[in-house]
Design a protein around this ligand. Structure first.
Ligand code: ATP
Length: 326
């Protein structure tokens, strides 16, 4: 049983597609051959440790930063030759707020932003301002981090863009506003069918929303797959075993994560459940139960995967339709 966690999605009309993206800042490698595919209508959750290259990826997609190599396409447009058009079509929630507009009152800032968005929906903007309790008569620069984040959410959403790129969308929000922001995103997806790329460390927050997962480490996507494939192939096996049991060679190479110790262990294994169970039993283990993982658990397990463990990573996975995934 070899480990073949997909890193490629085969999609006919992706909303986002990058090939071989590379980016260095001096000696520091931010991206090292990033191949990412986001299907239209997907809610794609991009996870990775600090410094993995998530923000750099989103900024390259909007041509706010230029890659050293590779290419990126967004909504059928090349990000380098059509950067302004890409930015006009996307909603972007940056990781950090732009200090440049601090002197403007929030309403002025929203009006200014609206002038550059032909599809700005003023009624929707007002609704978002109310739901997010935005203080529209205060200077933007005087807002707290969370208050500014709420303004940025209005700016990202109110022109109903077909693609939203959200960098840590709930960062700085209090628990009530975090729930409201997530509810707004969920409503937005249901109403518009927009594609979302969400970079986050808090995967549990988007548990009900995410339908694709990209695992970025050291500038390379180590896994990229839809939720149904994850649910089917990545499971936790709770086993009762003899003290010192060393497992079964054919299964051991597919173990992504080991927890538990002594006579009860829980292994996260990539593979077809029937086959895994059969081999574990043949090897002497009693299989107590088998559970699919939450998106958060899957992200943690895949992030913990050893480098080079996913040996045959370039095998394209059959793309599930959105109907299958949702
Ligand atoms: P985090 O989860 O901490 O936000 P990230 O995955 O978004 O991290 P990036 O912000 O894309 O990571 O950074 C990737 C790497 O590139 C990091 O090592 C970072 O220090 C470096 N980097 C990013 N932007 C710059 C810059 N403007 N100048 C120098 N180095 C940079």
């Amino acid at each position: 049983m070899s480990l073949m966690i997909p890193t490629e999605l085969s999609v006919i009309e992706p909303a986002v597609e990058t090939a071989g993206l590379a980016k260095r800042y001096g000696r520091r490698v931010a991206l090292d051959g990033m191949d990412m595919t986001v299907p239209q209508g997907a809610v794609y959750v991009l996870v990775g440790p600090n410094g993995a290259g998530k923000t750099t990826t989103l900024r390259i997609l909007l041509d706010l930063v230029r890659a050293d190599a590779g290419r990126a396409g967004v909504l059928g447009l090349d990000t380098v030759s059509a950067g302004a058009e890409v930015r006009a079509h996307c909603g972007y929630l940056p990781e950090r707020q732009d200090a440049g507009y601090g002197w403007m009152k929030v309403q002025q800032l929203l009006d200014h932003h609206a002038r550059f968005r032909s599809n700005w929906d003023a009624a929707y903007a007002t609704q978002l301002v109310e739901r997010l309790e935005v203080r529209d008569h205060t200077k933007f620069g005087k807002l707290s981090k969370g208050e500014a984040r709420r303004v940025q959410l209005v700016m990202a959403l109110a022109h109903r863009p077909p693609l939203l790129l959200l960098d840590e969308p709930t960062d700085g929000l209090d628990p009530v506003m975090r729930d409201e922001a997530l509810a707004i995103l969920s409503d937005h997806v249901a109403d518009t069918g927009a594609t979302l790329v969400i970079s986050t460390h808090l995967v549990y927050e988007v548990e009900g929303l995410g339908d694709h997962l990209g695992v970025l480490k050291e500038g390379v996507l180590r896994a990229q797959l839809d939720r149904e494939t994850l649910r089917q192939r990545l499971r936790r096996y709770t086993l009762e075993v003899a003290e010192g049991w060393e497992g079964v060679p054919e299964v051991n190479e597919s173990i992504i994560r080991r927890t538990g110790s002594g006579r009860e262990v829980a292994w996260t294994v990539w593979g077809e459940e029937g086959e895994v169970v059969e081999r574990l039993k043949a090897g002497g283990a009693t299989v107590r139960h088998v559970d699919p993982l939450t998106l958060e658990e899957a992200a943690v397990a895949l992030l913990a995967m050893r480098e080079n463990q996913n040996r045959i990573a370039r095998e394209p996975a059959p793309a599930a339709t959105q109907a299958e995934v949702r």
